[in-house]
Write a new protein. Structure first.
Length: 134
């Protein structure tokens, strides 16, 4: 007779390793599979929520790092365009300025996602500590 908590716990361990290896989609798929296959593993499912959110958080943090680098390059290019003709703005300048504006917005959205998952994980962990399941 298989203990669902034990089996689900093994899948959580696999998902955690996948997160460590930056394989976020696979980690989330593993948690979804665990939830489907072991619906009565309540403790593991509660932990799975935190692991799923951790995968989302790590993925967003990785995206944030990439976006910061891209934004810096685009801002540098904008400054270069501005320096080339400080008194006259070209179409290329306005196009680049718009691109930088939208990249900043996207960066803000990803940053908000990071903050959201940090807070959600904190709340879920606190809830798990306060209310042990079964």
């Amino acid at each position: 007779n298989v203990d669902p908590e034990t089996e689900a716990g093994q899948l959580i361990a696999i998902a955690r390793q996948l997160i460590t290896d930056s394989k976020y989609a696979e980690a989330k798929d593993t948690i979804l599979y665990m939830r489907k296959e072991f619906p009565t593993a309540f403790n593991a499912r509660a932990t799975g929520i935190i692991v799923m959110d951790s995968a989302e958080l790590m993925e967003a943090q990785d995206s944030l790092a990439v976006l910061i680098g891209e934004l810096q390059r685009e801002e540098d290019f904008l400054q270069q365009l501005e320096a080339e003709s400080p008194n006259v703005r070209s179409a290329a300048f306005y196009k680049q300025r718009t691109k930088v504006f939208y990249q900043k917005q996207h960066l803000d959205e990803v940053n908000a996602k990071v903050k959201f998952f940090l807070r959600k994980i904190e709340i879920d962990q606190r809830k798990n500590e306060e209310t042990p399941i079964l």
